[in-house]
Design a protein around this ligand. Structure first.
Ligand SMILES: O=C(O)CCC(=O)C(=O)O
Length: 298
């Protein structure tokens, strides 16, 4: 179903929302989330001017952090590091923790708007009267700059599959709000393996297929060849996925690609993607590997 058809055209004035979801649209997104593990609001939910301001805040936050990482004695581009403020897990792809709303007001507003306009109504439709509090667990941005394809993975741990099979409310979800247009399988967005979230066995099978020998070369030639879907989404739209779904970032296409995100949990499920150690904690830079020393990067 085209995402545009899932949006009603009722303008809201209280928040910088372009359109809000009707009940039937929320139900359709909930069904996609339940069956495929992800759903997409391909047209903007957040106003373009707010998206542009958030993109500037994300870029300046990352640049400031890279300076700090360098001042602390690390190589901000060539070493792998995981800090409370920023994780550099894979070359060219940073996970930046969102600073306070005072420091990055537009970024915070983008996340809050997506939560109110998309996440809350879709999760209410998904979990109905069983739904308890939708807790925001984390908020940040993924920025890729000349990144290779990301190894497909799930964000959930094994416990989440196990408890989640017994308890339909025990879930975490990521809400991505791209700050640039994502152009689908030929672009530099995120690809998902539909249906891989339903059990640990399904996730493992999809992961095996997705990371079979030569997966990176295959992806460069033909994204989606390994059974994945890479949805297009305009800047300010939403890609909402169940953390158990196998997914991975596509290679960068000669530009900076920023995606603001929030992670929410229901039924008491928790998630944290940043460690407690801070850039200025005095860790020894010599203990951190360089990219060319690493054979396997998840
Ligand atoms: O960069 C992307 O498109 C996805 C990022 C992601 O899944 C991650 O960093 O875990």
């Amino acid at each position: 179903m085209a995402a545009a058809a899932l949006l009603s055209s009722v303008p809201l004035t209280a928040r910088p929302v372009v359109a809000t979801l009707s009940h039937s649209a929320a139900a359709a997104h909930a069904a996609a989330l339940r069956e495929q593990g992800f759903t997409v609001l391909a047209d903007p939910v957040v106003e373009a001017s707010l998206v542009s301001k958030a993109a500037v805040e994300v870029a300046s936050t990352l640049d400031g952090l890279l300076d700090e990482v360098g001042e602390a004695g690390f190589d901000p581009l060539d070493q792998q590091y995981l800090f409370h403020e920023v994780c550099y897990r894979q070359e060219g792809r940073w996970d930046v923790r969102r600073p306070s709303a005072n420091e990055a007001p537009a970024w915070a507003e983008v996340c809050e708007t997506a939560r109110a306009a998309a996440v809350a109504p879709i999760l209410a439709a998904l979990q109905g009267s069983e739904s308890g509090e939708v807790e925001t667990l984390m908020s940040g941005a993924i920025v890729s700059r000349a990144a290779p394809a990301q190894r497909p993975h799930a964000d959930a741990d094994l416990e989440q599959y196990e408890i989640g099979e017994e308890d339909d409310t025990y879930r975490t979800f990521s809400c991505f709000v791209p700050l640039v247009d994502l152009h689908g399988s030929g672009g530099d967005g995120t690809q998902f393996w539909p249906g891989s979230h339903v059990s640990a066995a399904a996730a493992e099978a999809a992961w095996e297929r997705a990371t079979a020998d030569g997966w990176e070369e295959l992806l460069e030639l033909s994204p989606g060849a390994a059974g994945a879907e890479a949805p297009a989404c305009r800047a300010g739209g939403v890609v909402l996925y169940d953390s158990r779904t196998i997914h991975g970032g596509l290679p960068s296409r000669g530009r900076t690609r920023a995606i603001a995100y929030l992670i929410v949990g229901t039924g008491g499920a928790q998630d944290s993607n940043f460690p407690p150690e801070r850039i200025r904690d005095g860790l020894d830079p010599d203990e951190f590997p360089y990219w060319d020393e690493l054979d396997f990067v998840q």
